[in-house]
Design a protein around this ligand. Sequence first.
Ligand code: F3S
Length: 421
Amino acid sequence: MFDGREGHAVQKAMDLLVRYGEALGAERLVDTNNVCGAVTAPSPMKLNLVKKLGLEQGLSAGFSEMNLDTEEIVEVPRAKVYTCQLIQQFGPDTAALHDGSRELLDLQKESDAFFGSRGVHIMATCTPYQVGNVPVKGEHCAWMESSAVVYCNSVLGARTNTEGLESTGAASLTGKIPYWGFHLSENRFGTHLVEIEVPVDDMMDWGLLGYYVGEIVQDQIPVLHGKLSQPELMKLKHFGAAASSSGGVEMYHIPGVTPEAPALDASFGGRRPAETLTYGEKERRIAYENLNASAKDRKVDFIMLGCPHDSIEQVWQAARQLEGKRLHSGTELWIHTPRALRELADRSGYTKMIEDAGGHILSDSCPAISRMMPRGTRVVATDSAKQAHYLPAITGVQTWFGSLKECIEAGLTGQWSGGLD
Ligand code: F3S
């Protein structure tokens, strides 16, 4: 591949991986048959290329520059291994809801078709594991998206570092990725013991715990121990997203849940933890106050749910609470879920329940990634620690963080009345 025997694009991809691997000090490459990257999302730069060169050449030029790190335009071949598109931009079906450029929304659709024909599965979500990409324990992956990476390592026991646009682009054409970091068993043991002294039970509890732990351990590996309820997918998805936002957590252990950690001892691989932290009432309050630091005005104009993208159960929970009610005039509600689950929500009648109340279900993107929100948004309420972390910084809006119930209540009254017990 490095010599160009499999074509020009593959040669560029392998050249990139070799340079990347050398910079990381990786001993070698490892085979992967599971890539989650980002090739389809349109941008003003790609739009200009398409206007100048035509659709096929323009998208090829964008891929060469953004995903293969070359100014030379290479023809985009089919993916060599299983490759999925993560979150992208919103599509034309959302045009009435925000001020996003119509040209970019249309280009998203054309880009889907271009890369879909090359074997990129357009899952268009930050939660590929919710829509069929569920790697098994020990499987080497090349994934982008911090909330998906931490889920892959910690819940599924598969192995990935947080890759980028370029390395996932190159991995999809070669089936290789540098063998370093979380691909190696010795780098996957816990470093910090977190003794949990307050009950961690509902979604909000898991978000607060993740946000606090991430802030303290940064890119180390926390091991959670103590008053945890049995978590399920949506709570672990929420916890990991929070921990990877306030810090750079790419892996955690919950003994008995994380596949490599049947018990506490196994989490540390026989070593002593570098540090032991306590998570009690005081720490929970610190996390809550940090998450709500940007919020002052109680009049709320946008409720954002579904970060990471909602599971079908979360969509149902929201629909149930909205049933027979009507959102306050001037307050918008967007619920984000993968398009494949949107189909399920339509079929199950949840979409109708949400739309009858005045809300919307959106797929493919989110406000933090797309920078798109309802027109005139100033104050947001969300049940997502990750979105509460990023939205004020990225868009300058005030953001309240709380439970789903509090967010729905704010949608119905137009006022934030949430708070910590
Ligand atoms: Fe997904 Fe956007 Fe949140 S990418 S994790 S919904 S910030």
